[in-house]
Design a binder for this molecule. Structure first.
Ligand code: FES
Ligand SMILES: [Fe+2]
Length: 405
């Protein structure tokens, strides 16, 4: 079956495809639980401290990853109606994504074409965008439709003064931009490859927003991202939180290079490990995904009573190589839509935020500082059990034309 067919099928039969995918994940996790093993790379890998501390590498990453690759910026339900807007400036240039009257998305530099002032400051639902400097007004397709004192610009064709386009794509409820102006389209399916059906089946188009937060960290964006890629640290770093749900150093790694998803088994799976597969309870979730380069998508049931939850955790470079921030957004699935009890979902968001900021990122900061002063010849080591980190760092190095050692 071709990729397009697989995507179409996964989207057409979302519940079935999700169950099938969950079962495959469950099988992989169970195998490791039973055997006391985990997914592994061939051996350990070393990396230079400069991968986290070198300002030149940092600039290269911003250029090659954050401004050239398609970046996930939000979900269809964030801007469902004509006039709805989404602002995104985490990759460098300020970008505004708008839904036009025909329901199609446009993205532009958020920059007035008169003297470059910021055009949109607030995400209202108005069908025109008016610059607060001299009042130039643009429609949702970026055309200049109002120009006070237009005689001062006689001789310049108005059509030339439209907003500057940025590539945008809407794909199975997900919105992507490429943060560099241009007309080249984003081929999301090609970018995702075999990972595409895994995301298409998740029904993001019908998700409902719960809450969003920003968490700052004094560490390189990759140091923050690394914490989502292994369970080796669960017992030591999260004894009272995550380790209560999932054992340390057991994970099922499902690679779709450069993307992946990981299944971290829960302790209760041991209760039915000896039973035949047909009797296992259904786990309608897909684990922790990495949408390369910077987005973690967590799709999990956080407790037996809750429906599964979607978590989108995006790491972005901060102002310098040793600073980053995470934009965390949670959504609930269509199954929970209309449920008046939003509090339990808010609690999930707050719990994840708490664990990430007080536990995971608490080590990132010290690690970052130590790497800055590490002696010549010091190398970080990623164990064979940290396979996701190994693949990720190799890919980043390849894209910026560096080696790990
Ligand atoms: S800069 Fe926008 S109208 Fe002048
Ligand atoms: Fe962690």
């Amino acid at each position: 079956m071709g990729l397009e067919q697989k995507i179409a099928q996964a989207a057409a039969d979302m519940v079935g495809a999700r169950k099938e995918s969950g079962k495959r994940m469950q099988r992989g996790m169970m195998q490791h639980l039973r055997d006391g093993t985990t997914s592994r790379a061939e051996g350990p890998m070393r990396n230079v401290p400069g991968a986290y501390t070198d300002p030149e590498r940092f600039e290269a990453e911003k250029r090659e990853l954050f401004r050239k690759l398609p970046l996930f910026v939000g979900l269809t339900p964030d801007i469902p109606n004509p006039g709805d807007k989404l602002l995104f400036d985490a990759a460098g240039p300020s970008i505004v994504v708008v839904r036009n009257k025909a329901g199609k998305l446009n993205a532009f530099l958020n920059m007035c074409t008169h003297r470059a002032a910021t055009l949109v400051h607030e995400c209202d639902a108005r069908t025109r965008m008016t610059c607060k400097f001299h009042g130039w007004t643009f429609d949702l397709d970026g055309q200049l439709i109002g120009q006070p004192g237009s005689e001062g610009f006689a001789g310049i064709d108005r059509a030339e003064l439209g907003l500057i386009r940025v590539p945008v794509a809407e794909w199975h409820g997900m919105i992507f931009v490429r943060a560099t102006p241009g007309d080249e389209e984003i081929d999301v399916a090609a970018y995702l490859g075999e990972f595409a059906p895994e995301l298409a089946q998740l029904d993001f188009a019908n998700a409902e927003h719960v809450r969003s937060s920003r968490v700052d960290v004094n560490a390189n964006w990759k140091y923050a991202l690394d914490t989502y890629g292994e369970s080796y640290h669960f017992g030591a770093l999260h004894p009272d939180t995550i380790a209560k749900f999932s054992p340390s150093d057991v994970m099922f790694y499902d690679g779709y290079a450069p993307h992946h998803r990981i299944g971290f088994p829960r302790h209760e799976m041991k209760d039915y490990a000896a039973d035949p597969e047909e009797t296992w309870p259904e786990i309608p979730h897909g684990g922790v995904h990495l949408l390369f380069p910077n987005t973690i998508i967590q799709v999990e049931k956080m407790s037996p009573e809750l429906e599964f939850v979607y978590g989108f955790y995006r790491m972005f470079p901060g102002e310098s190589v040793d600073k980053a921030y995470t934009l965390m957004s949670n959504y609930r699935p269509v199954e929970a839509k209309g449920d008046p009890d939003m509090q339990q979902w808010i609690d999930v968001h707050e719990l994840v935020k708490q664990v990430v900021s007080t536990e995971d990122y608490s080590v990132s900061e010290g690690g970052q500082k130590n790497l800055t002063y590490a002696p010549d010849g010091f190398r970080i080591v990623y164990g064979s059990n940290e396979i996701a980190l190994q693949r990720f760092h190799r890919k980043v190095a390849e894209l910026i034309g560096e080696t790990q050692d």
